[in-house]
Design a protein around this ligand. Structure first.
Ligand SMILES: O=C(O)CCC(=O)C(=O)O
Ligand SMILES: [Fe+2]
Length: 379
């Protein structure tokens, strides 16, 4: 029998052990974005019905690097079915989940958050990463007999993947339009076409069990995502927090039923020449309820050199970032962490004339990015 992956059973813990206690967790105040008084802390909402308003998308992508997404057209009930299947997966005995334990240096499999290697404190969560297109092969590790539980899980996840792929394309289109690309550039631009045709998808369902001392723990430490676009389905239990500056604060993203969350990654910031920014974020845990989230990470294939789109570079200016593949980016990020710099700063080739107020680079000095798609291995 495989040994459990987590050192304690988070579900039955009555205290948060010291190894899970985050001393600097309350470094900045947390702000609830759902109250009517939230004002400038209200997380932007994008309604995709009718294709979405490129102006609203541009504002959200420039100012926040994240937004709540409604009008996305997911079939009614699908999000609830995904949540139900994910809950069933994580409710399996520890020894069953351990059959699929992520091995050192690998990207796929069950385990603690991949970013845990970069922190000294443990996180209050468990997750399972796999390429969205490979759910059937991957989940045989959990259910070798491929029985009914396996089939139900895979059917729902495949249906979700199909819908998310279509949604990913819709999002890409509205982002391109938000960059003020013309229809010709979107449909006929070589780089735009290659991105649309080759985007890869990784799913990473996460369970954040109810926590007896939520104010001492963290479900997921601060990071930026590294790929292009992350679309997150979450339980109707808030937990995701976005880091905002001036003044520094954590804005809790509301979790209204049926809404998804879109978070932009570092390589999208490169692709858009710094115009759209990646968002620093983390997840806190609830004292009352389990929370499930299912990030769906869209990114380039590992061998694609991601460079600023020519159409995103203003006429007469140079591209702000050098071209980089995802694995090269991961290596730069690791080096940045060692030297107290930031990966995006290291990839910059030209000064942008944006001034001191906002340099277009997320303030993640020395902070990690969550890697997907096996880049940890290739870094
Ligand atoms: O649980 C969440 O809402 C966030 C998950 C996340 O940030 C990630 O997996 O990269
Ligand atoms: Fe993330």
């Amino acid at each position: 029998m495989a040994a459990p992956v987590l050192d304690i059973d988070l579900r039955s813990a009555e205290r948060v052990p010291e190894t899970y206690a985050w001393a600097g967790r309350d470094d900045h105040p947390s702000v609830d974005s759902s109250s009517a008084a939230a004002g400038r802390d209200a997380v932007p909402v994008v309604d995709l019905a009718g294709g979405g308003d490129p102006g609203a998308v541009a504002r959200a992508a420039e100012e926040w690097g994240a937004f709540l997404l409604v009008g996305h057209g997911m079939p009614p009930g699908l999000l609830a079915r995904v949540e139900e299947q994910v809950a069933r997966l994580f409710a399996l005995p520890a020894a069953t989940k351990a059959r699929a334990a992520r091995r050192p240096g690998e990207a796929n499999g069950y385990g603690r958050p991949p970013i845990e290697l970069r922190f000294d404190t443990l996180m209050w969560s468990e997750g399972y990463a796999f390429p969205a297109a490979d759910v059937r092969a991957e989940l045989r590790r959990v259910w070798p007999d491929a029985g009914d539980d396996y089939l139900r899980f895979c059917d729902v996840m495949e249906e979700y993947h199909g819908e998310m792929k279509a949604l990913g394309n819709k999002l890409l289109d509205v982002f391109f339009r938000a960059l003020a690309l013309t229809d010709d550039q979107i449909a006929g631009g070589e780089a735009e076409r290659r991105i649309r045709e080759t985007m890869t998808a990784t799913m990473h369902p996460i369970m954040y069990p109810r926590c007896p001392e939520p104010e001492r723990a963290l479900g997921l430490a601060v990071h930026t995502d590294s790929g292009f676009i992350t679309v997150i389905m979450q339980s109707p239990v808030p937990g995701l927090q976005l880091r905002r500056r001036r003044p520094d604060r954590w804005v809790t993203v509301p979790a209204p039923e049926g809404a998804l969350v879109v978070v932009l990654g570092d390589l999208f910031q490169v692709l858009t020449n710094g115009r759209f920014r990646s968002a620093l974020h983390r997840a806190v845990v609830s004292g009352e309820r389990d929370r499930i989230s299912v990030p769906y990470f869209l990114g380039p294939p590992l061998d694609m050199a991601v460079a600023p789109l020519a159409s995103a570079v203003p006429p007469g200016r140079k591209a702000a970032f050098r071209a980089v593949t995802w694995p090269e980016y991961a290596a730069v990020r690791d080096k940045a962490r060692r030297t107290d710099s930031s990966a995006l700063t290291m990839l910059r080739v030209a000064e942008e004339e944006e001034g001191e107020e906002d340099d277009g680079v997320a303030p993640n000095q020395g902070l990690p990015s969550l890697m997907n798609k096996g880049c940890e291995n290739n870094a």
